[in-house]
Design a protein around this ligand. Sequence first.
Ligand SMILES: Cc1cc2nc3c(=O)[nH]c(=O)nc-3n(C[C@H](O)[C@H](O)[C@H](O)COP(=O)(O)OP(=O)(O)OC[C@H]3O[C@@H](n4cnc5c(N)ncnc54)[C@H](O)[C@@H]3O)c2cc1C
Length: 420
Amino acid sequence: MKKQSDRELPRVAILGAGFGGLRVAKRLAREHVRLTMVDRMNYHLFQPLLYQVAAAYLEPSQIAMGVRTILRAQANLSFVMAEVTGVDSVGRKLTLASPPYGIPYDYLVVAPGSVTHYRDRAGIASRAIGLKSLSDSIAIRNQVLSCFEQATVAGAEQRRGLLTFCIVGGGSAGIEMAGALTELIHGVLLKDYPSMTRSDPRLILAEAGDRLLPEMMPQLGEIAMRTLERRGVEVLRGRPVADFTGSEVLFSDGSRIAAHTLIWTAGVKAAPITRMLGIPLGPLGRVPVDPTLQVPANPRVFVIGDAAFVQGDGGAVPMVAPAAVQMADVAAENILRDIAGKPLARFVYHNPGQLATIGRNAAVAYVWGIRWKGILAWLMWLVVHLVRLIGFRNRLMVLIGWSLDYFFHERAVRIIDRSR
Ligand SMILES: Cc1cc2nc3c(=O)[nH]c(=O)nc-3n(C[C@H](O)[C@H](O)[C@H](O)COP(=O)(O)OP(=O)(O)OC[C@H]3O[C@@H](n4cnc5c(N)ncnc54)[C@H](O)[C@@H]3O)c2cc1C
């Protein structure tokens, strides 16, 4: 009898177990709906700390947590690990690349996030390393550590290229990567390679625009730049990177720098699955949605997070975790309202502020209408990221890792994983 009534419950499919997808699942945990969540990965990834895996602060497992573990107490949800290849919005079905091949739905929440945007630069896309997935961050760690190893036996000219690391993009991801890498190199690695001097490694942060942190107020970008420069990072502004050969970085003004490593943090675009919705896409491939977060031509489909294009007061809602979480709350609420035949709620983005860390004791922030810098902003950054990380064990391990690094300048994760 119970099974029969369960079968009659509205079916909600959620594409993506990221910040947005997970929040929708949790919001609907106690509701009379049947949830199916699909993700190509079996874990939720805390992307804001990817750079810390890349810079050997943290183990990959400390910023990722199994979806089944997170949602195991949720009786109305089943999880399917599969690649979603299509959306049949007429037949109301998600198409999967592997069994069960299809997932029928009454309501669909599309939350597939974004991918690295190389802006049609094929040389960069094939030879640079992005900072978007766990494998990217492990690849960066392997690359930096391998370059140091190879430099010990290389000739002078090759050694220069091996020890030059170029990060592209002066937004918060690029700044955090640069700050962490300079600490890894100058605070940790040089102790392991006594034959190298402080001036041997070169770390470059290249930004196409004329200032860092364009998403924040100019003064904070200035502070970030001066702090990075004091810590040994060469900041190049107004220098778009045009290509990368694997051993040389080419700038659009024709200049070039010998470097064997290019880390690309200069932007993301919506995940390619958004093309399968069969509607015209907005800037960066994002899906223009109604203020209710529904796809205009298909009110049973909601798009949230990085993949959704929503106009806020100050322009497009940014591709950040708080926006994905706030959209998830509205999408979940609207599904329940639609089932109950009530009018739907409109999404309004509330900006909780902006934070970027530059490394030890240094960060910049704009929170509660106040500018923060230095150790106060850094402590705020630590607390926010620890609280947002999922799982008590991960929080504890990350806290221990950070403390050991802070007091002893040691990183446990200095291994090169040659299997990758
Ligand atoms: C390096 C970096 C640093 C960042 N730092 C911050 C920060 O400090 N603060 C902040 O607020 N935001 C930060 N962000 C942005 C933040 O991580 C994103 O805005 C947020 O993850 C978006 O959430 P989402 O739910 O839209 O997508 P995601 O969290 O990216 O989740 C999308 C999920 O969909 C799955 N998926 C995609 N396509 C398919 C498919 N076809 N089939 C099956 N599964 C699929 C993916 O595997 C993934 O699990 C950062 C991002 C990066 C890359």
